[in-house]
Ligand binder design. Structure first.
Ligand code: SF4
Length: 163
């Protein structure tokens, strides 16, 4: 009982630290990129949430932001980048194109990034306002703290099944 209590408290503290030290990989494919830059700039100050350092190597990132349309050709690239990220890792679909394909209903556009990787937070809008993006980021932080993200649930499941 004592050990379980301590382990839970330590896990809570680790998740608290994780949610305020996110290293983002901006997977920018289309016009939502403009709004990403706005969110990352000083006016909206994403640094307040501990997510100000973009990393352009998936091995140094734990949060992938899918910013824009995902085409059929781009899908495998997105999957590969995601697989190269270290666990635990998180994914946000930024804009309606990344969420569902948006208004592109054609043969070469995927109906959302979740066709290839698990998405933790969907931020709709074309493009979403920076306030929406920050709201989505706070939602992700809540999930990280509660261990409700896809990656954390998968790790938990693997740990339980290996016991
Ligand atoms: S959601 Fe709108 S702004 Fe964003 S990539 Fe799609 S078309 Fe461009």
């Amino acid at each position: 009982m004592g050990l379980e209590f301590t382990t839970t408290r330590v896990a809570d503290a680790i998740n608290w630290a994780r949610k305020y030290s996110l290293f983002t990989y901006p997977f920018v494919t289309a016009c939502c990129g403009m709004e990403y830059m706005s969110t990352a700039g000083p006016r909206y100050d994403i640094a307040r949430f501990g997510a100000e350092f973009p990393r352009f190597s998936p091995r140094q990132s734990d949060l992938i932001l899918i910013v824009g349309t995902i085409t059929e050709k781009m899908g495998p690239v997105l999957k590969r980048v995601y697989e190269q990220m270290a666990e635990p890792k998180w994914a946000i679909a930024f804009g309606v194109c990344a969420c569902s394909g948006g208004f592109y209903q054609n043969y070469n556009t995927m109906p959302g990034a979740d066709q290839v990787i698990p998405i933790d937070v969907y931020i709709p809008g074309c493009p979403p306002r920076p306030e929406q993006v920050l709201d989505g980021l706070m939602l992700l932080q809540e999930k990280i703290q509660k261990k409700q993200s896809h990656s954390q649930l998968r790790i938990l499941h693997e740990q339980q099944s290996s016991r």
